[in-house]
Design a protein around this ligand. Structure first.
Ligand code: ZN
Ligand code: ZN
Length: 607
């Protein structure tokens, strides 16, 4: 059942390459890696390039990676004897007759070949040898043998073929659910704070650290599956049919959790950059198109650098001028309760009490501090849960705690995720803060994700690391983890509304403010407390770009002191019952009643 992939140091995603059927072959990752390296260097191609040639693709790019790989892989798995015969047949078909030679002159002349993939695609010799996975030396030997002995067999030992494993387990809905739950829990425990910050519900990428492999995750799954679902002590007691194969596991992973990935190379963290790179690849058919795409790509990189410099500049400013507060904020991945590094097994197949984590980081005087809001799954406001109104409530609280007193200016850096940050509700909120007289000026800048290391992520990283090595029975334990995780990390709990309140900003502001047209095209927003600027937002598309302004107020007489309603928390009885029945068992005494009490016997407020 095991394959030699455990020793592989690469992890190309076979599904992304469209090569999933090769999942159970030996050394597949190495073979892909070698070919990938070859493909990445256009100098690998020694084809003659004509001047004025529009199509600048290499000979192998014209064939495409998948097709080239498939042929290459079949050839790699031939025995030496098979390879000889196959290659000789190809050589005979590719030979170029030299018509100028008389038959008497045929001694010691070099044979020329028109190398090709098939009759559509020609290849240079370098690419041909790569396709056949043979050295120049071996190639010459075979050519010579063909000359002297014809297609007779050369004498050498055989090498074996890579084996194919096929799954025998029937994959039903129940098994799918088990795998899905496992991967979900696995991502909560091991996932990294997403440097791409994709937070919409459909595409929230979660990255696993680079010390993990598909095969290592599969091995953990197998172990926990044996112990907790099949309740078998060792693999030896197992009939082979009882557990799914690595191949099937990979298929299910791709089907059920396509967003759980391994952390890509630093250069591939930006979505746009990745898209540009593949567009460039395609545009190679036509040099004019290629130049156009390249110019757009450069423009994007320039823009990203500009925003990064702006961000760094804000950090720099806040170092020396203490009247400036500079903050960044973001949601992290949830953590779950209970957790124990020794007994993680069963919990991989259940869903524990979720605790949401939101961080507001302040850079000031060269020291970074992060306030981390801990919000239990039954402490979120009714209705919008993790939407813009929720986010702004936490920022509102954080500002009062550590970024209001003695500050004249507030600089905010956000990621460019429109759902939670770049929305009208946020603009109205900042306008309102200016009206409250909290600051003379507020500026908000949106970074282009994937190009800058975001401070919040490193604070989240410290928390996650300590969490994985700690025993967690209640939200208080997470509070301790945060406070001990690093010098600058501090936590705050909701505590029935003692920590903060859930104000319904949305309800009030919607009545009093107007929306900003084309909000998405702007990267910079500025608000200012001069009387003539009441209700105005100044916007520009890039750092240092030209500003335009809009009046956001519907009604100039709006008093900033109007009362704001408070949103009650969301209570889900069915979920409470699940936690009580399925999870309570795994919680240690005397903490069982903190989050896992019996909802039936409890006098709970239900609204
Ligand atoms: Zn070539
Ligand atoms: Zn980019």
């Amino acid at each position: 059942m095991t394959t030699s992939q455990e020793t592989s140091q690469y992890f190309y995603d076979l599904f992304e390459l469209g090569l999933e059927e090769y999942g159970d072959y030996k050394n597949i990752q190495e073979v892909i890696h070698n070919l990938k390296i070859f493909f990445e260097h256009s100098t690998s191609c020694t084809c003659r390039v004509l001047e004025k040639q529009k199509d600048i693709r290499t000979c192998f790019e014209k064939i495409g990676f998948k097709k080239f790989f498939q042929r290459h892989f079949q050839i790699v798995n031939l025995t030496d004897k098979e390879l000889d015969l196959f290659l000789k047949a190809q050589l005979l078909a590719m030979e170029i007759e030299n018509k100028n030679l008389k038959s008497s002159e045929k001694i010691i002349q070099r044979t020329n070949y028109r190398f090709c993939f098939n009759s559509t695609y020609s290849l240079c010799q370098t690419a041909f040898l790569m396709l056949y996975n043979i050295s120049n030396h071996k190639f010459k030997n075979i050519v010579e043998h063909l000359h002297n002995e014809g297609i007779n067999e050369r004498i050498h030992g055989n090498t074996g073929r890579a084996p194919i494993y096929k799954t025998k387990v029937n994959i039903d809905e129940n098994l799918k659910l088990i795998v899905k739950n496992f991967l979900n829990q696995y991502s909560l425990i091991h996932g990294l704070p997403s440097p791409m910050r994709h937070r919409n519900d459909s595409g929230a990428f979660i990255y696993l650290p680079t010390d993990k492999r598909f095969i290592s995750v599969y091995k953990e799954f197998k172990k926990f599956y044996l112990e907790n679902i099949l309740k078998i002590e060792s693999e030896n007691d197992l009939e082979e049919e009882k557990i799914i194969s690595y191949d099937s596991f990979r298929r299910l992973w791709n089907e059920l959790m396509p967003n759980l990935k391994f952390q890509p190379l630093a250069s591939d963290l930006c979505d746009n950059c990745v898209q540009f790179k593949s567009k460039l690849q395609l545009a190679k058919r036509n040099i004019d198109e290629y130049n156009n795409v390249e110019a757009e790509f450069n423009e994007h990189k320039k823009m990203a650098n500009l925003e990064r410099d702006h961000y760094n500049n804000n950090i720099e400013l806040s170092k020396s001028d203490l009247s400036i507060a500079h903050i960044c904020y973001d949601w992290a991945q949830n953590v779950t309760i209970p957790y124990s590094p020794q007994q993680a097994g069963p919990l991989y197949f259940l869903s524990g009490y979720a605790v949401h984590l939101f961080g507001v980081c302040k850079t000031e005087g060269g020291i970074n501090k992060q306030l981390n809001f801990l919000i239990g799954e039954d402490e979120l406001p009714k209705g919008t849960s993790k939407g813009a109104n929720t986010t702004l409530n936490l920022v509102y609280q954080a500002l009062q705690i550590f970024a209001k007193n003695g500050k004249k200016k507030l600089h905010i850096t956000c990621d460019n995720c429109s759902g939670q940050n770049k929305n009208n509700l946020s603009l109205w909120f900042w306008t309102w803060l200016i009206m409250l007289g909290w600051y003379e000026e507020i500026t908000i800048n949106f970074m282009i994700p994937g190009h800058t290391k975001f401070i919040c992520d490193s604070f989240f990283g410290h928390i996650k690391k300590l969490y994985r090595n700690s025993k967690v029975n209640q939200i208080k334990d997470i509070e301790n983890i945060i406070n001990n995780s690093s010098e600058g990390n501090e936590s705050i709990q909701y505590k029935n509304g003692l920590g903060w309140k859930w104000y319904n900003f949305e309800e009030l502001f919607e009545k009093k403010f107007k929306t900003l047209p084309n909000i998405k095209q702007y990267h910079h927003f500025r608000f200012n407390n001069l009387p003539e600027n009441k209700g105005k937002v100044f916007v520009s598309t890039k750092s240092g770009g030209e500003e335009k302004w809009f009046n956001l107020l519907k009604d100039n007489n709006f008093s900033h002191n109007e009362p704001i309603n408070i949103i009650p928390i969301n209570i889900d009885l069915e979920r409470k019952l699940y936690l009580y029945k399925k999870i309570r068992n795994f919680v240690e005494e005397p903490h069982k009643d903190v989050h896992f009490s019996n909802p039936d016997s409890n006098e709970m407020e239900i609204n």
